[in-house]
Design a protein around this ligand. Structure first.
Ligand SMILES: [Zn+2]
Ligand SMILES: [Zn+2]
Length: 432
């Protein structure tokens, strides 16, 4: 991937921000595994490293450890059984292990990368990723969503200096993981729409060029929907590139806005509520895909039914909101809502912007039919039962997720729109 070219194209961006990356190389291609050591050396990666993997990812990586040893790397392997959640305890464990090393190589995706990303940042060590599945978009990110006390918080972390993906390995990844990557990408249509909406009514920073980096990646993935589940190196490589690109867009925008909107927060809501019961959720991208279908429905209904003459000052039932979150999360939720993000706009501004808001939603969101058909051919989940989320949790996530962030989205505006949002219908539930 031509990182330098991408950065050059965004030089002197009219948005006024400098769009930079810390990534030195993204190498995605057939047989990259054989060249992993060489690529790391060429990009100045240290040779005394901690390799972090779990049993699935180390197996998928084939002979990567031998290749690193052959190429002169002195490393220890921290091997998990099956790491499905990124917990602060593990971040601290990795930091403790990093004492004698100069860098960390994460072999895998998702939670493994996230704990290494934060550990590398806090211990000030070099960080690289050898991806084993195109399952989510966090590869190039410089933030890490980490669970601490069952609440998920996004921490400033280290962007990897090198990202490697062997398309032979990526293509052979389980279809469920590849479809999850598709779910994480299709979510970007909501993310961009929410970002533009916030820019319009709160003046939050927005950059059209950065949004377009995400859009390009999204369109590429949409064009490959029918091949996602196949063992096809070209498709797996293109999806991996798209996932990396949206991570780069987040770094460019210095915000997760280019990659995550209301649908990501809904998914996080489901996740923390399940984790509170000791249940580990389904794959990130799989949940996010389902939430995308539901937010897409909700946004369309709201745009159709809202009447600007009924827009009103917000009168939140905070006691109800706090009781939905419960005692484990109440302090965090209070923090995010004092003051509420809606104080950054006004009824008059929303009323004046309403036509434009609906135009954004019309432009950036797919039709229900188009979205469902794309997701089905990509093997992505579209309903609550597929991600083991109950109807009740599904609906409360759609209604109450906005309060676990200080972030403007169309979902967060609903209490001011005087509209009866049909959360049950949006969640795909029918009847009473
Ligand atoms: Zn810009
Ligand atoms: Zn995501």
């Amino acid at each position: 991937m031509d990182i330098t070219g991408l950065v050059d194209r965004l030089k002197n961006c009219p948005c006024g921000r400098e769009h930079t990356v810390n990534i030195r190389a993204v190498e995605i291609g057939s047989g990259i595994r054989e060249r992993a050591g060489e690529i790391l050396v060429a990009n100045g990666f240290p040779s005394k490293i901690l390799v972090v993997a779990d049993k699935n990812t180390i197996k998928a990586s084939g002979n990567l450890p031998e290749i690193l040893a052959r190429d002169g790397f002195g490393f220890s392997l921290k091997l998990y059984d099956d790491l499905r959640t990124a917990h602060m305890t593990e971040v601290n464990n990795i930091i403790a292990l990093l004492g004698g090393f100069d860098g960390v190589l994460s072999v895998g995706s998702g939670s493994l990368n996230d704990i290494c990303r934060l550990a590398a940042f806090r211990a000030d060590k070099a960080f690289a990723i050898f991806a084993t599945a195109p399952s989510m978009d966090g590869f190039a990110s410089d933030t890490a969503p980490i669970t601490d006390n069952n609440f998920k918080v996004s921490y400033q972390a280290r962007q990897p200096s090198v990202i490697m993906g062997d398309t032979e390995i990526l293509a052979a990844a389980p279809a469920e993981l590849k479809s999850a990557g598709f779910g994480d990408m299709i979510a970007k249509c909501i993310a961009i729409a929410d970002w533009k909406l916030s820019h319009l009514i709160t003046g939050e920073y927005y950059c059209e060029n950065v949004a377009n980096v995400t859009r390009t990646a999204l369109n590429r993935v949409i064009s490959l929907a029918g091949k996602v589940t196949q063992n096809d190196e070209e498709t797996a490589g293109a999806i991996m590139e798209a996932l990396v690109l949206t991570g780069i867009a987040m770094k460019f925008g210095q915000s997760s806005r280019p990659a995550s909107g209301a649908e990501h927060v809904v998914s996080h809501f489901w996740e923390i509520k399940k984790l509170e019961q000791g249940i580990i959720s389904d794959f990130h991208g799989k949940k996010v895909g389902v939430a995308t279908v539901m937010i897409n429905r909700l946004y369309k209904q709201v745009c159709r039914d809202a009447d600007p003459s009924l827009f009103t000052e917000e009168k939140l039932d905070l006691d109800k909101i706090y009781s939905v979150y419960g005692k484990n999360f109440i302090d965090e939720v209070k923090g995010y809502n004092s003051p509420a993000v809606t104080t950054e706009t006004s009824v008059a501004v929303i009323r004046k912007s309403w036509d434009e808001i609906c135009r954004i939603m019309q432009e950036d969101l797919p039709s229900e039919e188009e979205l469902l058909s794309l997701m089905r051919i990509a093997g992505a989940a579209t309903t609550l039962p597929e991600i083991a989320v109950s109807g009740e949790l599904g609906v409360s996530g759609l209604e109450y997720h906005p309060y676990m962030r200080h972030r403007m989205t169309l979902a967060r505006l609903i209490p001011m729109l005087g509209v009866k949002a049909d959360y049950r219908k949006a969640a795909g539930l029918t009847g009473e």
